[in-house]
Design a protein around this ligand. Structure first.
Ligand SMILES: NC(=O)c1ccc[n+]([C@@H]2O[C@H](COP(=O)([O-])OP(=O)(O)OC[C@H]3O[C@@H](n4cnc5c(N)ncnc54)[C@H](O)[C@@H]3O)[C@@H](O)[C@H]2O)c1
Length: 351
């Protein structure tokens, strides 16, 4: 087990990497604690939960909305939770985002702990304090930044993940390596198969190093004024793909990274060779490189994302493997690379 700490204006997190959920009860020091989860996680792992009341949220992006948060507020009221009460989110990125937002806003903030159960959530979503919900079909339009008191990553959860969800998790891990850790990137190139098979020593290193990339960036720029934007590599295009093609987050981000790497090449920041390495690693992880969408449809979704009005987008572009910078990019420049990731058809992705 390894432990990391992340401190910021919005709180301090202890991150336990490779810890057993059997230690969860000892971290829940409030008189009133409630678990928030979803039905899949409860079905596979509910018997391991400590003996606290359990609330369920729905599945998928359609559930990551204000009505889901409002339903939780109602339950919190019925249970007479107080500011010192504790909410524990046990689930994937959706549960972490909804429970984190509800806990951060009810009574202006209750105590929060997260037990991420997907690779995306362990390597990324549970770390860094960002939580939020979708509004009007647009991603994460409403949210807060507030660090959970602790994040407990128990790798045994990952063994019940459907193959597709496991692959999706590698998109965010590869993103972290691509933007800030060339050594992790090379390690993934050499050990991807064992990582995907969840070999203990390999998955522990991969999740640890991935979390380290995120915590180091968040520690420098908690409120996303600059450096933290690097974590959005692949997400400007990826969020548009997620919306237009109804692909899972990880697959959409993988295709987004292909497009944004091509943009980096067209600006002569990234060599063709390094872009090729990224595309190969994504393909080896079984992630798609193309989306069934049109460039104009994606551009339209990008314009509406976060109610963007400007024709200039701040994007993270690669300057090599393990290095990236934030650049102002015109919408027209993005459009030029979108044809490379679009194929005919409606919804879905493809290698
Ligand atoms: N807040 C952040 O910083 C941040 C970062 C990255 C992603 N995200 C968000 O995370 C979400 C994606 O996260 P996700 O991929 O974990 O999605 P998810 O929460 O929908 O989980 C994927 C699926 O796996 C199931 N599942 C979860 N754990 C399981 C387990 N151990 N065994 C079997 N099934 C399990 C879930 O029920 C769900 O059906 C997106 O909404 C994305 O925007 C947030």
């Amino acid at each position: 087990m390894r432990m990391m700490e992340l401190s910021g204006k919005s709180g301090n997190s202890k991150i336990f990497i490779g810890e057993s959920i059997s230690h969860l009860a000892s971290l829940c020091t409030s008189e009133k604690t409630v678990i928030v989860t979803d039905r899949n996680v409860r079905k596979f792992h509910g018997e391991k939960f400590p003996d606290f009341p359990v609330l369920e949220v729905g599945l998928g992006e359609e559930s990551k909305t204000l009505p889901a948060v409002q339903a939780l507020y109602g339950k919190f009221m019925e249970m007479e939770l107080e500011r010192g009460s504790m909410v524990i989110g046990i689930g994937g990125g959706i549960v972490c985002d909804i429970s984190g937002f509800a806990a951060s806003t009810y009574l202006r903030g209750m105590r929060l702990g997260l037990v991420p159960t997907t690779l995306i959530a362990q390597a990324d979503a549970a770390i860094g304090g960002k939580n939020g919900v979708n509004l009007g079909g647009y991603k994460n339009l409403v949210g807060t930044i507030r660090h959970p008191e602790f994040v407990l990553c128990d790798f045994s959860f990952l063994s019940t993940l459907p193959e597709k969800e496991r692959r999706c998790g590698f998109a965010e891990v590869i993103k972290h390596a691509a933007i800030a850790d060339a050594t992790l990137f090379s390690y993934l190139e050499g050990n991807l198969q064992e990582a995907m098979e969840l070999k203990r020593s390999v998955i522990e290193k991969v999740i640890h190093d991935s979390i380290l990339v995120k915590t180091e960036i968040v520690a420098k720029d908690e409120y996303e004024k600059g450096e933290r934007r690097k974590l959005n590599f692949g997400h400007t295009v990826g969020h548009a793909i997620e919306k237009c093609c109804c692909l899972p987050h990880g697959e959409a981000v993988a295709i987004g990274m292909v497009a944004e790497a091509q943009l980096s090449v067209s600006r002569k920041l990234l060599s063709e060779k390094d872009a090729g390495r990224l595309m190969r690693l994504l393909a080896d992880a079984g992630l798609p490189a193309k989306a069934k969408a049109t460039p104009s449809g994606l551009l339209d979704a990008m314009r509406k994302d976060k109610k963007r009005e400007s024709e200039i987008v701040k994007m993270a572009l690669l300057e090599g493997i393990g290095k990236c910078s934030i650049q102002d990019v015109k919408m027209g420049e993005i459009e030029a690379v979108l044809s490379g990731i679009c194929i005919a058809g409606k919804g879905g992705g493809s290698p």
